[in-house]
Design a protein around this ligand. Structure first.
Ligand code: LMR
Length: 397
């Protein structure tokens, strides 16, 4: 049976992580996977999470099955964080949210749901996009195309090309958009550009599928949700995958949510019933621990406040690493203008390093960067930034 099974390619992100973990060099630096490390280079357990975990441990509660769609208050909290409390989909019962296995699980649930509704629709992802987007939508049965996004010459967004591509797509295509902190480039449309995109999506009846995995890492929780909120007010069907992996540093707990915005409240229970069916036939029901932590934080104003401060601290540390990286690169003799690193938002910097330069850094310096040149700025700290900047300066020479 298994003789003909071909070797699957290594995952470009998590596969690199595996390689990093087996690298015996003690000075190795992992700038690959999108994970936040603190100033000491450790993955943090947020104090607010530790406190809630202590409370939960004190309660010694039994672990029954969750409802198929997850913890009700978790789903409500996820909706409010995304949409704000007064948005029309919420007040009109047009938002359906189910707890998912991380942001990836939300994308997969959404992709499978859409496949059952419009199997022949084209899915458009940005060029470049998160490495898993293409594979995930193709596995769900869709044809995936790429819309222009990043312009290597300006190191910015090629908005005109993006719009004209989306204009030419067949009506009712599925358009995957990064709501904030674009992964991998760190370049987001401006508020005015989102407005133009909203009009275009409505005119073409495209179905936006927004991916928001880094809410709170750009400018702030509400600011980073502005694009989701704008599109949600357009009265069009849309899907949103959200993740608390990064914002709560609960990566391994798989805390995500899929929100579907319907166009009529009467559709919502039927949509929910189908999402539950998909969940049930995939993994039955979601896990308890991470979602309990997140929903507890959502439900306690003081803890919520504490969480937003801890998130702000992570965001500001990343911004300060961006500034220091630019300074250090100059100090180490980089003559090119690297100020673009300061404009990018979120955990990543699309460095412009070639695959060859990336491989040299990996082989000679034990510095791990994705083949695309994406650097996780959130893994830089005072102890490694000098070495990293010096090595990058060397390969850029
Ligand atoms: C990343 O882009 O590095 C993260 O989203 C982790 C992942 O699952 O790929």
């Amino acid at each position: 049976l298994f003789d003909s099974v071909p070797q699957a390619p290594r995952d470009p992100i998590l596969g690199l992580n595996e390689q990093f973990n087996t690298d015996p060099r003690p000075h190795k630096v992992n700038l690959g996977v999108g994970v936040y490390y603190d100033a000491q280079g450790r993955m943090p357990l947020l104090p607010v999470v530790a406190q809630v975990e202590q409370d939960l441990a004190d309660q010694s509660a039994a672990r029954g099955y969750l409802p198929i769609d997850g913890i009700h208050n978790y789903n409500l909290g996820a909706q409010q964080l995304l949409l704000g409390s007064t948005s029309s989909p919420l007040t009109e019962q047009r938002a359906v949210t189910v707890q998912s296995l991380g942001g990836t699980g939300a994308l997969k649930l959404g992709a499978d749901f859409l496949q059952s509704l419009c199997p022949n629709a084209t899915v458009a992802i940005s060029n470049p996009s998160w490495e898993n987007h293409r594979a995930l939508f193709e596995k769900a049965g869709f044809t995936v195309v790429e819309y222009p996004y990043y312009d290597a010459n300006t190191r910015g967004l090629d908005f005109e090309a993006m719009c004209s591509f989306l204009e030419q797509l067949p009506d009712q295509s599925i358009v995957v958009l990064h709501a904030c902190c674009h992964n991998p480039t760190g370049i987001d449309p401006t508020a005015e550009q989102w407005q133009v995109l909203a009009e275009l999506l409505v005119a073409k009846q495209h179905i936006p599928f927004m991916d928001i995995a880094y809410q709170g890492f750009g400018t702030g929780l509400a600011e980073d949700a502005a694009a989701v909120r704008l599109l949600a007010e357009q009265g069009i069907p849309m899907l949103v995958s959200s993740s608390f992996s990064k914002s709560f540093a609960l990566y391994g707990e798989r805390v995500g949510a899929l929100t579907v915005i319907t166009t009529d409240a009467a559709q919502s229970p039927r949509v929910l019933s189908q999402l539950k069916r998909l969940a049930r036939t995939n993994y039955s029901n979601p896990p308890t621990h991470g979602a309990k932590i997140v929903s507890t934080v959502f439900g306690q104003p003081e803890r919520f406040q504490q969480w937003t401060q801890e998130l702000q601290h992570m965001r500001e540390r990343i911004q300060s690493m961006r500034q220091q990286l630019v300074v250090k690169l100059k100090e180490h003799g980089v003559v090119q203008n690297m100020d673009f690193i300061l404009q990018q938002k979120g955990m990543f910097s699309y460095s412009g390093l070639s695959q060859e330069q990336v491989h040299t850094l990996r082989d000679e310096d034990a510095i791990y960067i994705l083949d695309t040149g994406r650097i996780c700025v959130a893994a830089l700290n005072a102890h490694n930034i000098d070495t990293v900047a010096a090595a990058i300066a060397r390969v850029l020479r």
